[in-house]
Design a protein around this ligand. Structure first.
Ligand SMILES: Nc1ncnc2c1ncn2[C@@H]1O[C@H](COP(=O)(O)OP(=O)(O)O)[C@@H](O)[C@H]1O
Ligand SMILES: [Mg+2]
Length: 283
C-alpha cells in the first residue's frame, strides 16, 4: 500500500532529519514508528502525506507518487496530527460538517463516525469547551469521515490521561479490524507493542530495526531473572541472565539452602530492544 524508497530529508541547517529510509507498509497493516523526540518520525510522516518534500527519494501510496499526485493521494488518506487545528468556536458536529462538505460526506456518515468515536452525546458542544482527549477524538473522527484507505496518526495519545489513552487505542484497533491501513508514530514502547503489527525502531533519522514486536524482542532483547536472597542476614537484590548455566547453579544453591526470598523473570521490552540497537534510552 505504501512504498518509501531511499528517502532523505535535510532541513535548511543541513542536518539530516531522515537518512536514506526504505520500507513498505502492507494493505491492512498497522505500522508504527517508535523513537524518542527528534528521531525523525514526524518528518517521515509529513513526507508520506505530501506536506513536506523529500530532499531525496520517492514515496508512493497505492502506486501513486505522493509528490506528483498530491491531490489524488490526499483523497485516499486521513491524517491526525499533534497540533489541533479545529474551529474552536464551532460545535463538534459543525467541525465535521465543514470538513465533510469538502469531500461530499453524507449526514448519515457523520452520524456513523460520531457514534463510533462515542461523540454523539456532546455533538453540539463547542470545541473550545472540550478537554484535550475529546479534541483528539474529534480530530480522529474528522480524519475518518471520507473513509480513507490509509490513516496516519502522529503521536495519537501523547499527553492524554490513561483512560483516554486506552479508549483511543481501542478505536485504533477497531479501525484496523475494519481493514484500514494505519501508520502511527509514538515514543511509547507499550503503545507500539500493544497496537502494531510491525514496528520500525527509529533513531537519528534511520531505522535501526523493523519487524513485528515479538520478533524484535526475541531477536534483540534478553530475558532476565530478578532475584532477592538472604546473604549474611541481609536481603540482596540482583538481576541475572535467564539463559545462563551459572544462573541455574546459583538458583539451585540458594533454593536448597533456603536463602531465596523471591525471583521473577522479566521479559524483554521494546525499550530494551531500543537500548540494545541504538545504545540509548527511549525518552
Ligand atoms: N522545520 C524544521 N526545521 C529544521 N529542523 C527541523 C524541523 N523540523 C524538525 N527538525 C529537526 O529534524 C529532526 C527530526 O525531527 P522530527 O521529525 O520532528 O522528530 P520526531 O517527530 O521523531 O520527534 C530533529 O532534529 C528536529 O530538530
Ligand atoms: Mg514528532
Amino acid at each position: 500500500m505504501i512504498d518509501v524508497k531511499q528517502v532523505s530529508k535535510y532541513y535548511s541547517n543541513n542536518k539530516k532529519a531522515v537518512d536514506d529510509l526504505s520500507f513498505s507498509v502492507r494493505q491492512g497493516e498497522l505500522f508504527g514508528f517508535l523513537g524518542p523526540n527528534g528521531a525523525g518520525k514526524t518528518t517521515t510522516i509529513r513526507m508520506m502525506i505530501g506536506l513536506l518534500q523529500p530532499t531525496e527519494g520517492e514515496i508512493t501510496i497505492n502506486n501513486l507518487s505522493v509528490q506528483r499526485n498530491k491531490k489524488q493521494v490526499q483523497e485516499d488518506i486521513g491524517v491526525v496530527f499533534e497540533l489541533p487545528n479545529l474551529y474552536l468556536r464551532s460545535s463538534i458536529r459543525d467541525n465535521l460538517k465543514l470538513f465533510g462538505d469538502l469531500h461530499n460526506v453524507s449526514n448519515a456518515r457523520i452520524d456513523e463516525v460520531l457514534d463510533s468515536l462515542q461523540l454523539l452525546e456532546r455533538q453540539n458542544d463547542k470545541v473550545s469547551s472540550l478537554s484535550k482527549g475529546w479534541k483528539q477524538r474529534v480530530l480522529i473522527a474528522r480524519a475518518l469521515l471520507h473513509q480513507p484507505k490509509v490513516l496516519f496518526l502522529d503521536e495519537p495519545t501523547s499527553g492524554l490521561d490513561p483512560n483516554t489513552t486506552a479508549l483511543i487505542r481501542g478505536f485504533i484497533n477497531n479501525f484496523k479490524q475494519e481493514g484500514t491501513t494505519i501508520v502511527l508514530t509514538t515514543h511509547d514502547m507499550h503503545e507500539a507493542d500493544e497496537l502494531c503489527d510491525r514496528v520500525g525502531i527509529m533513531c537519528n533519522g534511520k531505522l535501526a530495526a523493523l519487524d513485528d514486536p515479538s520478533k524484535l524482542k526475541s531477536t534483540h532483547g534478553k530475558r532476565e531473572l530478578q532475584v532477592e536472597y538472604n546473604r549474611d542476614g541481609l536481603a540482596v537484590k540482583e538481576t541475572w541472565p535467564v539463559d545462563d548455566v551459572e544462573t541455574a547453579k546459583s538458583v539451585y544453591q540458594l533454593m536448597s539452602s533456603q536463602q531465596m526470598i523471591s525471583m521473577h523473570t522479566k521479559e524483554a521490552s521494546l525499550g530494551d530492544v531500543f537500548a540494545v540497537l541504538t545504545g540509548s534510552e527511549l525518552s
